[in-house]
Design a protein around this ligand. Sequence first.
Ligand SMILES: N[C@@H](CCC(=O)N[C@@H](CS)C(=O)NCC(=O)O)C(=O)O
Length: 311
Amino acid sequence: MTDLILHHYPQSPFAEKARLMLGFKGLSWHSVMIPAVMPKPDLTALTGGYRRTPVLQVGADIYCDTALIARRLEQEKVTPALFPEGREAAAAGLAQFGDQVLFQHGVAINFQKKGLASRFANMPEEVIKGFVADRQALFASGTANPLDTRVALSQWPALMSRLELQLERDGEFLLGDTPCIADLAHYHPLWFVASNKAVADALDGYPAIAAWMGRIADFGHGSSTPMEASEAITVAREASPAALPKIEFVSPGGFELGQAVSVSAVDYGTDPVSGSLVYEDNEEIVVAREDERAGLLHVHFPRYGFRIEAA
Ligand SMILES: N[C@@H](CCC(=O)N[C@@H](CS)C(=O)NCC(=O)O)C(=O)O
């Protein structure tokens, strides 16, 4: 079975980015719900330690990080393109700005006191405390620090007014008349702000942004059917990882195929994944690992944003 399986939870902005990519491409997929905080034993059985949300599974191939999920979905269905021909660097570079800078602002605005209170309304105090502790642990290692809310609020008008001005003056989407990955990466942090009524007024007064957000939301989420995590693990166990292309590639770190390595995110959520290096190219690193429940897996990471080390 080589169906697409997305491991995610409803409130996650990066999961919303992935769901919209699936909708943009008009794909069908299986939806596995994962916890929003650790532990996530069924997810890490597949990833080998990577805990961030979302993760895409295709049989025994596991794709970590939406930057790589986008490239995998582009292979699955070439058009409409997330990385339009001739605009590859502009699309990916602008997407990176959305995923990093705008996302940090969206999170800081959401997690100010009134935002947290509204997001966790009617939930027991322990749940809120557990969530805050989980996110502190997420940032305990790695190069990223959560953005101070006052700084985020102060910088927000600069980010929003630039976006508003461009959308008002030119084009339906960020790179012109055709949507691409940059739109989705700019959308999900704003969706996160919009989804919290205590802070959603940060989006007031930007009608061109509101109209653009409506156009993105219209992509929908494709067609999904629920799947239990245990079933996804069975799918992995009964599948074999897809064959990898044979290419000439000079490993920047001097690694050899078959070498024991560990791969981890550079910025936050740096839990390492250990295994045998089976593939490297300009955009991707793939590690083979064996899991007692899920069998032999290939875990795929984007090169940019991940560290590879000899194990
Ligand atoms: N660069 C990653 C970022 C993913 C990310 O930060 N996801 C958040 C949720 S939106 C997360 O993992 N939070 C902790 C968790 O879900 O356990 C990507 O593009 O997938």
